[in-house]
Design a protein around this ligand. Structure first.
Ligand code: HEC
Length: 243
């Protein structure tokens, strides 16, 4: 391929990736989630139980599985994940909210979030939690830049502080400014929402970390076997040539 054509192709690829990065005018933010970071997943599970499970389930996960995968024990489940004595450790992480109530209160049943990072991507989920802005006309007091007209209240507003919309001269939303009246600093809020995203990414594929670890062993095994077969092959030929 000539240099000029290569330039066109690269240019086109860049344009496509930028178009993908900006959705609904907002810049997508990257939470830098690692599937091996058990500490982040553990903290994310704790935030999830505290702030999200009132409405959302992650029905493919069981409490004891999360504890096992994050290196935690029974006590941790009791302290941080389960707030109801009737729930057993092997049960699925199901919200106590009656789906019908959810629909009546929010106009839509809060969706199960097991697959949400698969459906939207990790960047989307993280950005969603940074895309709320104050809107007096919205039923829930806030609108969301990435999911306009969202039915989900800004449940982390007391931690983040009030996010105020910034408009240009034509009235288009161009930025969100957070006033420092929340319980968390900007950095703390970023860390917390990244941990929540890490937990949801783990929920979408709990065996991913295991699979990647296994992958390394499989490749090593194949390398060893290839060497053994190669040596065998040479040995056979030497014998054959002798005859
Ligand atoms: C008070 C109830 C409530 C709580 C608490 C809540 N949500 Fe929601 N959430 C909703 C509702 C309702 C929707 C559906 C919004 C819509 O489609 O308009 C939603 C939608 C979402 C979506 C988008 C899912 C999709 O596929 O479109 C994500 C992601 C999400 N919530 C994450 C969270 C996280 C993370 C927390 C905890 C920090 C949380 N939610 C806490 C009610 C809640």
């Amino acid at each position: 391929m000539s240099k000029k054509r290569l330039g066109y192709v690269l240019g086109a690829l860049l344009a496509v990736s930028f178009a993908g990065a900006a959705q609904g005018g907002i810049d997508m933010k990257d939470p830098n989630v690692s599937h091996h970071d058990r500490e982040s997943i553990r903290k994310g599970a704790e935030h999830f139980a505290q702030y999200c499970m009132g409405c959302h389930s992650v029905e493919y996960l069981r409490y004891d599985r999360v504890a096992e995968d994050t290196g935690m024990g029974e006590e941790w489940i009791e302290d941080k994940l389960i707030f109801d004595d009737d729930i057993e450790h092997h049960e699925q992480m199901i919200s106590p909210m009656d789906p019908e109530d959810g629909e009546n209160w929010f106009g839509i049943e809060p969706p199960d979030l097991s697959m949400t990072t698969r459906v939207h991507g990790e960047d989307w989920v993280y950005t969603f939690l940074h895309a709320y802005f104050k809107d007096e006309d919205a039923a829930v007091g806030f609108d969301n830049w990435i999911q306009e007209g969202t039915s989900m209240p800004h449940v982390l507003a007391h931690l983040q502080g009030t996010p105020k919309p910034v408009h240009d001269d034509d009235g288009n939303l161009v930025d969100i400014e957070v006033s420092g009246d929340g319980e968390m600093s900007r950095r703390e809020y970023e860390a917390m929402t990244a941990e929540l995203t890490a937990f949801l990414a783990y929920a979408a594929e709990p065996i991913r970390a295991d699979r990647e670890r296994m992958g390394i062993w499989v490749i090593l095994f194949l390398l060893v076997m290839t060497t053994v077969f190669y040596l065998l092959y040479k040995e056979y030929w030497r014998e054959l040539k002798k005859q």
